[in-house]
Write a protein that binds this ligand. Structure first.
Ligand code: PLP
Length: 219
């Protein structure tokens, strides 16, 4: 069996879930619903999916408050860059911020927490391929940055995430991220997308972020 003949969101979700069950049953599937219409999200929700990823605060704000009210137990992950001027909206919407990538954002989260008494769980984004156009701390800065966020700012850092360079074998990137999570005793390791989630699961992903393999092409 392969997944290319599956046509419904429900069928593709159950295929990805069967892969998780075979490779790493404890892992969590984050259904990446960016640029997908509400009707697609409703189908995934009706099929039982509860953890979703969005990459834009404004888009998530337009789609999710109503769905969150309609379906119990939704967990929303921010997987795209967070500008500090959108922080207030992001804190209201997201349960996990996977893109903690710079001191300025860490400091803004710290201040927001002092002010509102609340901060979502954060994953530190690691630019494992050191690509200039990509967000995230470089692997050589990651230890210091994680330490700064956890110890000095007391932020609830619970994981790490990476997006390997598209043209490269993702395996060394996944290994690097996994090692980093273990070194800092972080329970969550978010890695693997539609084309490489099986590899990520094999290396120890606790969260995979899968969009097109569930929802089809983005609109
Ligand atoms: C879009 C996106 C994904 C999902 O990508 P697919 O190829 O659709 O599975 C995963 N992670 C991040 C950070 C993304 O922006």
């Amino acid at each position: 069996m392969n997944d290319s003949l599956l046509t419904s969101i429900t069928a593709r979700l159950s295929w990805v879930n069967s892969q998780i069950k075979a490779l790493r049953p404890a892992a969590t599937l984050i259904a990446v619903s960016k640029q997908q219409p509400v009707i697609a999200l409703e189908e995934a929700l009706a099929a039982g999916q509860r953890v979703f990823g969005e990459n834009r605060v404004q888009e998530a704000k337009a789609k999710w408050p109503l769905l969150k009210a309609q379906f119990q137990g939704v967990e929303l992950h921010l997987i795209g860059p967070l500008q500090t001027n959108k922080l207030h909206d992001a804190l209201k919407l997201f349960d996990v911020i996977e893109t903690l990538d710079r001191p300025k954002l860490a400091q803004a989260l710290h201040s927001a927490r002092e002010k509102y008494g609340h901060c979502p769980s954060c994953y530190v984004q690691v630019n494992s391929g050191e690509e200039p156009q990509k967000a995230g701390v470089s692997p050589s800065e990651a230890d210091d940055f994680i330490g700064y966020c956890k110890e000095e700012l007391a932020l609830p850092v619970t994981g790490v995430m990476c997006i390997p360079p598209v043209e490269e074998d993702p395996l060394p990137h996944f290994r690097l991220l996994r090692t980093l999570a273990e070194r800092h005793h972080l329970p969550c390791c978010s890695m693997g997308m539609s084309h490489d989630y099986a590899c990520a699961l094999a290396v120890g992903a606790t969260h995979i972020r899968v969009g097109q393999a569930i929802f089809g092409a983005r609109h």
